[in-house]
Design a protein around this ligand. Structure first.
Ligand SMILES: NC(=O)c1ccc[n+]([C@@H]2O[C@H](COP(=O)([O-])OP(=O)(O)OC[C@H]3O[C@@H](n4cnc5c(N)ncnc54)[C@H](O)[C@@H]3O)[C@@H](O)[C@H]2O)c1
Length: 420
């Protein structure tokens, strides 16, 4: 069965993840309408998917004012519009897949869950890591008792330095007022994985972090406003010319620069657009490193470290339990190591590396959503689980800003009360 869908937000995710999947599997997913205020993106997506002009809308509001015109709605707009668009889609009766974070504030997440619970259709959130073979295997190993009861977890989200500069300094998530905090935007996946693997609820949480590097006072002497001025600093790791003018310009992040990816087109984009700005003068005001410490009801502890100064893009994890230790690297290795305390035996569990975005998670997510939407089935990630991962992420930011240890149990109880 082919699922008809509307796409809201024809940007990077909308075009290259959801749109591309529909073009690869036209017998499973077909986009019949698109909404995006950017006329170029709207036209390009409309043309790629043969959408008639009458079904190309200026924004989410205009599209949803027509009621339900397809089975499914995919919301891939910027963080601050998810809540409004997903609410309208659910109220119109769609099966909804919304990009993460589900909303840009915690009250919004709770409100969306309330709307979803009452809606005819189901709400799915794009927690892509859940759909990778890697994290499915890790989940099975931890929850099947292979390391006994979990005592302590160290989970690191090591964002590569060029990715940090691209997304969280020069790009969409560099300024707190325009997006969601990095610990929500980037690490809501990590909180989702932690709460999935360790369902024992977190009861206390604290956090520290700051913007250490990407500030004007840290700019090397002589650095210019743009790398293309040209900047005389020869050893800057963030030189946009090196990052974006290499020979391979086919995939992400190059295609975020614009439509013209010829060397000349990319040079113009760097001279005029956000991605050519000096990282030290890009007005970034979000963290570039943050740690979150958590304690669960049974007394286990977890540390989540997220930062943007990694040589490689990788999530590294260590789970220590009463019977064994598990070590895993998502992004590089194709195995998970489990060591038994009693025998000392080391077991290497092979994991399929997955292909495509997020180690196969992008494809897995879309396939799961389309399969569920075809049958009106709910998401495998329950609404309460969605609330929990977002609760921890937003409270982590609050704890960092206020410098306090937060009683999560109290705050969760208040949310549950509001959902009644
Ligand atoms: N699941 C993941 O792993 C993952 C990875 C990257 C990004 N994201 C999320 O995906 C979302 C989109 O990110 P992106 O990189 O594609 O951004 P983008 O800026 O490339 O695309 C967003 C698009 O939404 C459009 N838009 C804005 N307001 C709209 C409205 N009211 N109606 C219709 N369209 C509207 C914009 O014009 C733009 O084309 C973000 O929320 C981001 O956090 C998720």
């Amino acid at each position: 069965m082919t699922v008809d869908a509307v796409l809201v937000g024809a940007g990077q995710r909308g075009r290259f993840v959801y749109g591309a999947w529909a073009l690869r599997f036209p017998h499973r997913l077909r986009f019949v309408a698109v909404a995006d205020p950017d006329p170029r993106r709207r036209r390009r997506f409309g043309d790629d998917h043969h959408i008639p002009p009458s079904r190309r809308f200026a924004d989410a509001d205009e599209l949803f004012s027509h009621g339900r015109i397809a089975t499914a709605a995919v919301i891939a707009t910027d963080d601050r519009t998810h809540l409004r668009a997903a609410t309208a889609a659910l109220e119109a009766g769609y099966e909804v897949l919304v990009e993460k974070p589900a909303a840009h504030h915690l009250d919004g997440v709770v409100e969306l869950a309330r709307v979803a619970a009452a809606a005819e259709g189901n709400l799915h959130v794009a927690h892509v890591l859940r759909f990778t073979t890697f994290f499915l295997t890790l989940h099975r190993l931890v929850t099947s008792g292979s390391i006994g009861e979990v005592v302590t977890v160290e989970h690191r989200e090591n964002v590569a330095s060029w990715h940090m500069a691209h997304s969280f300094v020069r790009g969409n998530w560099g300024r707190a007022a325009e997006a969601t905090p990095m610990i929500v935007q980037k690490a809501c996946h990590d909180f989702d994985i932690l709460t999935w693997n360790v369902p024992d609820p977190v009861v206390r949480l604290s956090s520290m972090g700051s913007l250490l590097e990407f500030r004007p006072e840290r700019a090397p002497g002589g650095a210019t406003e743009r790398c293309t001025d040209p900047c005389p600093v020869v050893d800057c790791p963030y030189d946009a010319r090196r990052i974006y003018l290499g020979t391979d310009a086919t995939g992400w992040p190059h295609h975020v620069l614009g439509d013209d990816l010829t060397p000349q087109g990319r040079r113009i984009a760097l001279r005029t657009g956000p991605y050519g700005r000096c990282v030290y003068r890009a007005d970034s005001d979000v963290v570039d490193h943050q740690v979150v410490t958590m304690e669960t009801a049974s007394g286990a502890t977890m540390v989540l470290c997220m930062h943007g100064h990694s040589a490689e893009e990788a999530r590294t994890m260590r789970y220590d339990g009463t019977k064994g230790t598990l070590r895993a690297v998502f992004g590089r290795s194709q195995e998970i190591e489990v060591t038994d305390h009693r025998t000392g035996a080391l077991r290497r569990v092979p994991v399929d590396a997955g292909t495509g975005g997020h180690g196969g998670g992008d494809d897995g997510l879309v396939a799961a959503f389309v399969g569920a939407a075809a049958e009106g089935r709910p998401s495998p990630v329950d609404l309460s689980v969605i609330i929990e991962s977002h609760l921890l992420a937003f409270l982590a930011e609050e704890a960092r800003i206020t410098g306090t240890t937060i009683d999560v149990a109290d705050r969760r109880a208040a949310l549950v009360e509001r959902l009644r």
